[in-house]
Design a protein around this ligand. Structure first.
Ligand code: C2O
Length: 608
């Protein structure tokens, strides 16, 4: 097993150079006349469209910079360096035992420090809670109107609603920076929970991270719930509902026009300009450096395949859909595994963000993604698909684990009051008085097809039922050579726990492919694909039987961490005719590597 021994922490000199990095200009500028929303690196030439101008006519200019939390002048990375923990923390992949079972009650606000991204640090802590009573969350009254969220590309056609949305976002941009409901404070919520600013309230030695685990869906549900209610409050409209980015439908795949209007408060200058053309469709299989070469029809098909893989075939059970169980006591570098709900959502972050910037702002890094109005609209769709997943088949329930139901977060509500929320109160969105407009699910019965490469047949025998381990034409790396750096295509033969399973056995237990001990820097984009019994020289894309799934890291804090990728391959094995095989040839295909990644191994397990 790889350990932190190989982790080169930033030198003390580097760390010392950044203890008080100035805030991005958005945080310090008066809210009147916001031009050039964020500072650009000197000499940086943007392929810019137009700057955003917001004039806050009714609000007095607020020139007060947002203060750092005075008790936290440094980042956790720096603290860790001071403690030497970076060099000594052992990397354990299965740290949860019954003795540790406690819900994550996070965060400890007092212990909030500067967040990290790349070699910079950022102030993301919320206004101090000192002396303020934190209320326990109460569901809204059943007499409140239900807010109906509509797809952005259709909602934007309604001028009355669009005017409300723009007025609400503008009002949010014009709130004083130290109002917890302000535009920048809302963005900081994500930064603080994702880029290493927080520790767990019940174990301040442990960091808090709401990605790469079962906290992903509930955290973001609450986040946009309060954001939506704040917007409604600012325009005094209790029916106001956010739109959602309906990227699982062909018509919704481009960025909706209202976000591309450079004069609109919904515009964000820090996006990839190449992806805001009228012809740009979101690529759910985005490989960053490979220019999109697909036709519109091909892109739509690939996107439907990716949604199908992550919603239907690759995530039949909770662990693979929601992500790993995360309890207090688990160390922050250990992010056990993201669910397919999160894997499905990752590419949009990288695709929307401005990849010409080192940190990929805004959407391409968790510290800044909350600054783009598209973030909340993207997450609306993720939130909607959580509901859809539960309707798709057996075993598709929310976790009923005590530590899931009682995990908690802190938010500010629409009245600027701090609220402690628990996961158990957000499992039924109708009780939260919002819902989604019904939409067709064109990916629901997606038909995958066999890999077209003729080589595959040569490798695996005419019917591809030969024992893959004996396949002569694939160069196999023995499992004993792991952990290894994934810097080129690697194929490995992996034993199956059971072959020739009956239909009943397949229903009782999924066959799950686990790429484990994926170790990387949190702030680097890394993507690799996983294919099974496929031609390593011509690996299949998401619409093929042989494709199992992808790993993609959205940059967040700058800590090194390890995680796992879990993919349900029950259908895949049948599709490729490998039911009776003892072993499968698993090929890992690096697609983006902005930083090094190592893999500890690959295994196949049966999962209830
Ligand atoms: Cu917290 Cu889309 O991420």
């Amino acid at each position: 097993m790889a350990s932190f021994a190989s982790f080169t922490a930033p030198s003390a000199a580097t760390a010392a150079a950044y203890p008080k990095t100035p805030q991005l200009s958005a945080a310090t500028k008066p809210p009147t006349h916001i031009t050039h929303h964020y500072s650009s690196p000197a000499g940086h030439r943007r392929r810019t469209r137009q700057p955003l101008h917001i004039t806050c006519d009714s609000t007095a200019p607020n020139n007060t910079p947002v203060p750092d939390n005075p008790s936290s002048p440094t980042s956790r990375r720096d603290l860790l360096l001071g403690l030497g923990a970076g060099a000594t923390t052992a990397l354990t992949l299965d740290p949860f035992s019954a003795a540790l079972a406690r819900p994550v009650r996070g965060p400890s606000i007092e212990a909030c420090v500067r967040a990290t991204a790349g070699d910079q640090t950022f102030a993301c802590c919320p206004p101090s809670f000192a002396g303020v009573d934190i209320m326990d969350f109460q569901l809204p009254s059943a007499s409140e109107p239900v807010r109906i969220r509509r797809p952005a590309h259709l909602a934007g056609l309604d001028p009355v609603w669009l005017d409300k949305y723009k007025r609400a976002i503008k009002a949010m941009r014009c709130l004083p920076n130290d109002d917890p409901r302000s535009y920048i404070q809302q963005a900081r919520v994500h930064c603080a929970y994702c880029n290493g600013a927080y520790v767990q309230a019940d174990d301040t030695n442990k960091g808090l991270q709401i990605h790469y685990s079962w906290l992903f869906l509930p955290f973001h549900r609450y986040y946009i719930y309060f954001y939506e209610r704040i917007l409604g409050k600012l325009i005094d409209d209790p029916t106001f509902a956010l739109p959602f980015w309906n990227w699982d439908h062909e018509d919704g795949m481009p960025i909706a026009d209202m976000f591309k209007d450079t004069e609109s408060p919904l515009y964000d200058p820090l996006r990839n300009p190449a992806h805001q053309l009228p012809t740009s469709l979101l690529d759910l299989d985005y490989n960053k450096r490979q220019p999109a070469v697909r036709t519109k029809e091909e892109q739509v098909r690939v996107n439907y395949a990716v949604v199908y893989n992550n919603m239907v075939s690759g995530a039949k059970r909770r662990l693979e859909f929601f992500g790993a169980k995360y309890r207090t006591g688990s160390a922050v570098p250990v992010r056990q595994s993201s669910g397919s709900c999160e894997n499905l959502h990752n590419p949009a972050h990288i695709w929307v963000g401005d990849s010409s910037r080192a940190l990929g702002e805004d959407m391409g890094n968790f510290y800044s993604s909350g600054r783009d109005p598209l973030f909340y609209v993207h997450h609306g769709n993720v939130d909607r698909l959580w509901n859809v997943w539960k309707t798709i088949g057996k075993f598709r329930f929310d976790f009923d684990d005590y530590d899931y139901l009682n995990a908690s977060f802190l938010f500010y509500d629409e009245n600027a009051k701090p609220v402690r929320v628990k996961v158990k109160d957000c499992l039924d969105n109708k009780l939260m008085r919002y819902d989604y407009e019904e939409r067709p699910l064109p990916w629901r019965n997606f038909q995958k097809t066999p890999a077209s490469s003729a080589t595959v047949a040569n490798i695996f025998g005419g019917e591809k039922t030969a024992n893959a381990a004996e396949a002569p034409a694939v160069e196999l790396t023995p499992l004993t050579e792991f952990p290894l750096a994934l810097d080129s295509v690697v194929s490995v033969s992996v034993a199956r726990p059971k072959k020739s399973r009956t239909a009943a056995e397949k229903e009782a237990q999924s066959e799950v492919l686990v790429v484990y001990g994926i170790e990387l820097q949190g702030d680097k984009v890394v993507k690799f694909d996983v294919v099974v019994n496929d031609d390593p020289a011509n690996p299949s894309g998401p619409d093929k039987f042989e494709y199992a799934g992808s790993f993609l890291n959205v940059p967040h804090d700058s800590m090194k961490f390890a995680t796992n990728l879990r993919l349900d391959i029950t259908d895949l094995v049948g599709d490729i005719g490998a039911d009776d095989d003892d072993e499968l040839v698993v090929t890992l295909v690096p697609r983006v590597a902005d930083g090094p990644v190592t893999i500890a191994g690959v295994r196949i397990e049966l999962q209830n």
